[in-house]
Design a protein around this ligand. Structure first.
Ligand SMILES: [Zn+2]
Length: 473
């Protein structure tokens, strides 16, 4: 590869406020077309905005989650352009004085800088009906508050871009800023991309790919656009600065329009909305409501709890899962054993049924109790899995379930010895094979033992007795 890729991202994240940014209409996704609209968000002249303070709180949280400086003074501007999904013909945004600046995220030891985060309102949606040959406007989304996160051009590959967006999405979810459902459009990404020879000192001409709405599309669009720009330069042509649309079906980009410059939008402060003023106290108050973020949790899990990095990463993949684990180890701090139960057994059940952590019928403390019963040898490891399944399906306390189902290990030696004699007598062929040196049949004989005596015997004791009996034969 002769050329290196230079990528900057603009991530749009819908804020989890109940109502819209500048009116009291519901900001919820879905519903019938134009059912969440008032004269304000439909852009009628003469209406006045009522600013939703909740949007500021969430934007500040986003800034804190992305290591930004929080600005105590920020201003709303009008970004003027005409498009049918924008009935007021201007979008309320922040231009010169955004709410957050100078953030960063570290990815694999590399720092990706965030230039700014600003608050703006979303536009409506056009639905194109090819059959009738018309386009319909749905203004339910008009005025839903967004933040736009703008990075510096520090990203140099499709994979790095994906990793960055994943990290941003995860942090926003942790902070309760955005649900980051790319399939519903609550997190969307524009990619600015250019290429330059490795020894060059100046950036190449960049193109902007609009509205990518899945991690896969981000990767595919970047890979395609990189190759397209390389081909242009290789054949002596130039890259034209323009805005592109990525076609998911064909995996190609296509020009939407030539790229606007900031001055095309005629930004000016919106005189109807007062500047946002924050005090140190306001910011501290918001800071106090922030949860521990994924990177700090990974550090705690690997350094203090000695968990492998891969396990720690999986635990923090969802805040609810990590919270559940934290609650469980508070009750029984066997970090590795509890982590195994959560990551192997619990996740398996959740994946199998499609249920979420919030729907569990048992508490973290009960899961901790189960791990403890297994560690102390009160129940076998296999029985613990069965108990978890019952807890998963019906709820209940692990010790009660163990007692009810005969899972408590009693190690009735007399019974185990008697059963071993029976099993060996019933399976002369297996015994002969064992004597000839086949270790495989031992597992078979163990299985036969447990079929008869159930889960109230410990594998260790059964193994010892079976071994003893076999060597005495
Ligand atoms: Zn409204």
């Amino acid at each position: 590869m002769k050329y290196r890729t230079v990528i900057g991202l603009e991530i749009h994240a819908e804020l989890l406020t109940k109502s819209k940014a500048f009116c009291t209409c519901s900001a919820e996704f879905g519903g019938g077309e134009n059912t969440k609209v008032c004269p304000g968000c439909a852009g009628f002249p003469g209406t006045l905005p009522i600013f939703n303070q909740g949007a500021v709180t969430l934007a500040v949280k986003a800034g804190l989650a992305l290591n930004c400086q929080i600005n105590k003074y920020s201003v709303f501007d009008r970004k003027n352009y005409f498009y049918p999904d924008l009935p007021s013909a201007y979008q309320i945004s922040q231009y010169e004085y955004p709410i957050c600046t100078n953030g960063y995220i570290d990815i694999g030891g590399k720092r990706i800088r965030i230039n700014r985060i600003h608050i703006e309102e979303d536009a409506g949606k056009l639905v194109h009906d090819d059959l009738e040959g018309v386009s319909l406007a749905d203004y339910n989304r008009s005025g839903v508050p967004l933040i736009e996160i703008v990075t510096e051009p520090d990203i140099s590959s499709a994979e790095e871009a994906r990793e960055f967006v994943e990290q941003v999405a995860q942090r926003l979810k942790y902070a309760g800023v955005c649900d980051a459902k790319m399939e519903e459009g609550s997190l969307r990404c524009d990619v600015n991309i250019s290429i330059m020879p490795y020894d060059a000192t100046e950036f190449g001409t960049r193109t902007e790919i609009k509205n990518l709405n899945s991690f896969k599309s981000i990767v595919r669009a970047i890979e395609y656009e990189y190759q397209r720009q390389c081909d242009l330069l290789e054949s002596g042509k130039k890259v034209i600065r323009q805005t592109l649309h990525f076609n998911e079906n064909h995996g190609t980009t296509k020009p939407l329009r030539s790229k606007e410059e900031a001055h095309d939008y005629r930004y000016f402060p919106d005189a109807d909305i007062p500047a946002v003023l924050l005090t140190d106290e306001d910011i501290e108050k918001i800071k106090a409501t922030m949860p521990e973020l994924p990177d700090s949790r990974i550090k705690r899990y690997t350094e203090e709890y000695s968990l492998p990095f891969a396990d720690a990463k999986l635990l923090v993949s969802e805040k609810a899962l990590s919270d559940f684990y934290d609650e469980a180890v508070k009750v029984y701090p066997a970090y590795k054993q509890v982590s195994n139960m959560v990551l192997v057994e619990l996740l398996r059940r959740l994946n199998d049924t499609g249920a979420s952590i919030d729907e569990l019928k048992f508490t973290p403390a009960q899961l901790a109790e189960l791990v403890k019963l297994s560690d102390e040898g009160t129940v076998s490891k296999n029985a613990a899995k069965d108990i978890l399944l019952i807890m998963f399906e019906q709820g209940g306390h692990p010790l009660d379930i163990a007692e009810k189902n005969g899972f408590i290990i009693k190690d009735d030696i007399e019974l185990i010895e008697k059963t071993a004699d029976e099993i060996l007598a019933e399976n002369p062929k297996a015994v002969a094979e064992y004597k000839e040196g086949s270790q495989k049949v031992f597992g078979f004989l163990m299985g036969q033992m447990f079929k008869k005596i159930g889960k109230s015997a410990s594998p260790q004791t059964v193994k010892e007795i079976l071994n003893k009996k076999l060597s005495n034969l």
